[in-house]
Ligand binder design. Structure first.
Ligand code: ADP
Length: 327
């Protein structure tokens, strides 16, 4: 199974496109949180998946747990707490589909992940562990995640990281970089935006990705998404591939990166199954051609998601991706 660790929260998505967030009077309540989106995305694509995270013992938290369960995610590791409320993210949508965020109630329940939430058996039993960096911004989530990564590395579990850097979540500005670099040292699969690549390597180009490979030999693939410009990736063996995005009309880009990532991991998962090797090895050994096909499928998942409002509600199935790729 894929083990996904991190935040599940509610996206309050503006129904008034083009208005600044403070003038919006009507919102749609959508389940969200980047890791939770990836978990649901993987389940839709037929990958067995467990989600570990904390939500409030409130109507929003119970709604999230039910939503993930109905999507086919194993939610045994999803804990409801009375110590904090489920986080709400208010999402404003600009005319071009891009978003702005305001978070309500920090620290929310999602930061209360504890080491006990991630038993060594559950971590070591996974084929892949996926996480983001937001968990690192607060204790006890930070320690819980670091312990799980240590366990995963010892158990040779493939580790996938979405950098997902949000400046506003870090109390001290300089700390984010230190913390992100700490988890980079565990990751095999690394996904980020061009801006994040520039932040971490000094360059948002292929050169920047190569620098990361040099600094972190544990990395098998560095993947960069560029919104409507598509995506590209550089492998540790020097493979390079890029794929243009599909031309679609974007209604809401929330969750595009998560849909992309779920489809990316699903394709790698399939490749590893075919080759009877670990996901890390499949990623390390894939050819530039295989890599391009994986990026194309992931772009298709992103393109399907931006055409629908909300994140989790928009994540595509295998059939939808295959059909889209045929057109
Ligand atoms: P994030 O949601 O993390 O900001 P991106 O915006 O880079 O991530 O989107 C991830 C992927 O989704 C892109 O690489 C692309 O394939 C697809 N995508 C995003 N926005 C669009 C768009 N406007 N049109 C077509 N595809 C898109």
């Amino acid at each position: 199974y894929a083990l996904v660790v991190g935040e599940a929260l509610i996206d309050m998505v503006s129904q008034q496109t083009g208005r600044p967030l403070e003038d919006v009077s009507s919102f749609e309540c959508c389940p969200g949180g980047a890791p939770a989106n990836v978990a649901v995305g993987l389940a839709r694509l037929g990958v067995p998946v467990r989600f570990v995270g904390v939500v409030g013992d409130d109507p929003f938290g119970r709604f999230l747990r039910r939503f993930l369960a109905q999507a086919g995610v194993d939610v045994q590791g999803m804990r409801l707490t009375r110590e904090a409320l489920t986080t709400l993210a208010f999402v404003g949508i600009r005319e071009d589909g891009e978003r702005e965020f305001v978070f309500y109630r920090k620290p929310g329940a999602d930061t209360l992940l504890r080491p006990e939430d991630l038993s060594p058996e559950v971590v070591k039993g996974a084929s892949i562990l996926h996480h983001g960096t937001i968990t690192l911004a607060e204790e006890p989530g930070r320690s819980a995640l670091l312990r799980a990564l240590e366990e995963a590395r010892r158990g040779r579990v493939t580790i996938s990281l979405d950098v997902n850097y949000r400046e506003a979540l870090w109390a001290e500005p300089g700390r984010a970089r230190v913390e992100i670099e700490r988890v980079l040292a565990y990751a095999h699969l690394l996904k980020m935006s061009r801006e994040e690549l520039e932040l971490l390597s000094g360059s948002g180009t292929v050169e920047g990705a190569r620098r990361l490979h040099e600094a972190y030999p544990n990395l098998a693939l560095v993947v960069v998404t560029e919104g409507a410009a598509g995506s590209w990736a550089v492998g540790g063996n020097g493979q390079y591939a890029r794929a243009d995005a599909f031309r679609v009309r974007a209604v809401d880009t929330t969750g595009a990166g998560d849909a992309f990532l779920a489809a990316f991991l699903w394709r790698l998962w399939r490749l590893a199954e075919r080759q009877r090797c670990s996901i890390e090895d499949a990623a390390r050994q894939c050819t530039a051609e295989e890599l391009r096909a994986i990026l194309r499928a992931a772009n298709a998942a992103g393109a399907l998601t931006v055409q629908v409002r909300g994140a989790m509600t928009a994540l595509p199935s295998q059939d939808e991706i295959e059909a889209f790729l045929q057109t």
